[in-house]
Design a protein around this ligand. Structure first.
Ligand code: CA
Length: 275
């Protein structure tokens, strides 16, 4: 594997784990666009982990992320990924599904017990994505190999822009929202239920905050995708339902008689009153 040349530039990488890499259009130079810092995270540098057992692919992804100004840690097996995540406390994790030892599903499950990092899972086959969404492992997004590293970076940037959903000046969006016993604080990114903090992943929080900021509005799944995953996201709208399911479970909400996240039949979702 190590003899494989690392494709740079506009390339589609990572065909599958045990076969030859997909056709790559190799150019010798690094990406030609100017590298702009994508955002100013209030916490400073974005910490990224790349978990991929194909070392050349891990390095390639890592080099793209470093160019974005991220601090990157490469990890090549699942157990090491969980250990490293406890140490690094990553903001984003690019996680291969097929890993030796602990696979990506199990790594994601374990990560979710202590981390709210954005997780993008890499899969070797398109049909695995449906299976993974069904398994509800808690990844925020999925990409099928081969993929363009630029597309990966674009998606990560879109995810990392999400906390800006309350820009300064839109005072109404900065207030906490109360729905009976539920309080959603979009600025502090905190949720309280019966005066107890609720631990949500970033995607779950963003979905809830989106609904909470427009409680009169029924959102279609597509509108929620645009608000939370970004306008350029293309994929299965069912991902919304999966994250809503997680959210409801954490809010002890009932899908049929929902207090907080109501299903609008034929439309999508809207905020409930909390009653
Ligand atoms: Ca792999």
């Amino acid at each position: 594997m190590s003899a494989r040349p690392i494709a740079r530039g506009w390339a589609w990488v990572g065909c599958c784990d045990d076969g030859p890499m997909a056709e790559t259009q190799q150019t010798p130079s690094p990406p030609d666009r100017p590298v702009a810092r994508p955002f100013a995270s209030p916490a400073g540098v974005v910490r990224a982990m790349v978990v991929e057992d194909e070392e050349s692919l891990a390095s390639l992804i890592g080099s793209y992320l470093e160019r974005e100004g991220f601090e990157v840690r490469l990890v090549h097996d699942g157990a090491a990924a969980v250990r490293a995540a406890r140490e690094v406390d990553p903001d984003i994790v690019v996680l291969d599904l097929g890993l030796p030892g602990l696979d990506g599903v199990e790594v994601c499950r374990q990560l979710r017990t202590f981390s709210d990092a954005y997780v993008v899972m890499l899969t070797a086959r398109e049909d695995e994505v449906d299976k993974l969404i069904g398994l509800s492992v808690g990844a925020d997004d999925y990409m099928t190999k081969p993929f363009s590293p630029r597309e990966l970076v674009a998606r990560l940037r879109a995810m990392l822009r999400r906390p800006r959903m309350s820009p300064a000046g839109r005072a109404a969006d900065q207030e906490s929202h109360r729905f009976g016993p539920l309080v959603v604080d979009p600025v502090g990114r905190e949720v309280w239920l019966d005066n107890e903090p609720v631990s949500l992943t970033r995607t779950e929080f963003d979905l809830l905050a989106t609904l909470a900021q427009r409680p009169q509005m029924a959102f279609s799944r597509q509108q929620l995708i645009e608000a939370v995953w970004g306008q350029s996201w293309v994929g299965d709208e069912h991902l919304v339902d999966v994250h809503i399911g997680h959210l409801r479970r954490k809010l002890a909400d009932d899908a049929v008689n929902a207090r907080f996240v109501r299903t609008m039949r034929g439309v999508g979702y809207r905020m409930g009153t909390g009653q």
